[in-house]
Design a protein around this ligand. Structure first.
Ligand code: GLA
Length: 391
């Protein structure tokens, strides 16, 4: 669907639900992470980029303190009503908890809205795909607050408040990557972000005669939040053991060679493997960005493959379905790299595929995936887009 069609649909829904009148339209993107997985809470570097897919909203200020939310993507949830005086997590508020959480997070940082608003949104990110539809909704809400109430803050803060909402309101203990990638997205660039310092650099995503292809496993993932929070705890446990022999604040401060020398102080074997993923992923990410800078796409792709293997064997956030997608991709000539992307336990793979191989890739991976899993994969040839904006 074109952006114009999405906006039309949004406006129609706004008119239908709230009875017409003026509204303002905003967008914030989802993201795909090229490499640097599960290290944004281990002091590592990540390399995500914003997508042209994301979440759109139409909003209008109200005269009172009421908040009303409706999603075209979840019409069955109906109109969810709340108020600026009731910014607490409620199960029945469903997806609107993300919006409420960001309003609350801005308040916690001194940015208080003086009136409520009516809100309709629609997402173009496939649901539960691991392409950060929730971060895009958070960053979108932040952008709306900044614009509607003239809050004097910036996009880095917008990302941080989104993460604050997700951690403390929704209860998902995520790192900063997703919100940062959405808030700071830049067309045709990936963001090389040091999550320990929030220093960042944009790197052009110049793929020459290749394309970025995202494949959704369409595997319904469950218990993502609890499994994610478990991974974080296991990394923390490994860090505590390592701190007995090394003066480090985060796992990613160690090189793989240093890690090999001290790893036996980690008492639990599962935690040891989690830590080994973090340390090796950091090394792969830094190297991958150098290679991309030198135009070595093949080298970059090999490191993506290495990332997948490490997520599969050491970090265990891949699953049978995403392993099948990666393996099938690796077998196809013209695929430079393929790996699971995002939080995991289902979701998508990200692939770099030569133009001439894209059709064969879609057909062959699609067919073999269905043969082996009984599921149907969805394929998206994606473009790298910019950050949040008013339309
Ligand atoms: C989720 C989290 C991010 C990051 C990724 C894994 O998307 O929200 O903070 O940890 O998983 O890289």
């Amino acid at each position: 669907m074109s952006e114009a069609q999405v906006i039309l649909e949004l406006k129609e829904a706004f008119d239908r639900v709230y009875g017409g009148g003026d509204c303002r339209i905003f967008f914030a993107p989802g993201r795909v992470n090229l490499i640097g997985e599960h290290i944004d809470y281990n002091g590592g570097h990540v390399f995500p980029c914003a997508l042209t897919l994301g979440t759109y909203a139409a909003v209008r200020k109200r005269d009172d303190r009421k908040l009303r939310f409706f999603s075209v993507s979840f019409p069955e949830a109906g109109v969810i009503e709340s108020s600026l005086d009731d910014l607490i997590y409620k199960e029945e508020d469903n997806w609107a908890n993300y919006v409420k959480g960001v309003i609350w997070a801005f308040e916690e940082h001194g940015f208080k809205a003086d009136c409520g608003f009516d809100f309709v949104c629609v997402g173009t990110i496939p649901n539960k795909s691991g392409l950060s539809s929730s971060a895009s909704l958070e960053v979108l809400t932040g952008q709306i607050l900044i614009s509607l109430y003239s809050f004097g803050t910036d996009q880095v803060k917008n990302a941080l408040y989104g993460q604050y909402a997700e951690n403390r309101f929704v209860g998902m203990n995520c790192g900063i990557m997703d919100q940062f990638a959405s808030a700071m997205g830049k067309k045709d660039s990936a963001i090389f972000l040091n999550t320990a310092t929030l220093d960042y650099q944009y790197a052009p995503v110049e793929l020459g005669d290749a394309k970025l292809v995202i494949v959704n496993s369409n595997k319904p993932h469950e218990l993502t939040t609890s499994a994610y929070n478990d991974r974080r705890r296991e990394c923390e446990e490994a860090l505590e053991d390592l701190q007995k022999v090394r003066d480090i604040k985060a796992l990613c401060e160690l090189t793989p060679e240093e890690f090999e020398k001290v790893k036996d102080v980690i008492r639990n074997d599962v935690c040891l493997r989690r830590a080994r993923h973090a340390v090796t992923e950091e090394a792969r990410t830094v190297k991958a960005v150098q290679l991309l800078d030198n135009g070595d796409l093949e080298g970059f792709g090999k490191l993506m493959n290495g990332s997948h293997v490490s997520l599969r064997d050491d970090f265990e956030t891949s699953c049978f379905e995403t392993d099948v997608l990666a393996e099938e991709a690796w077998a196809i000539p013209g695929v430079l790299g393929a790996r699971i992307t995002g939080g995991g336990f289902g979701g998508c793979t990200v692939n770099i595929v030569k133009d001439s191989a894209v059709d064969n890739f879609i057909e062959t991976v699609g067919k073999h995936y269905t043969d082996r899993t009984g599921l149907t994969a969805s394929f998206y040839v994606v473009s790298v887009g910019g950050g949040p904006r008013e339309i």
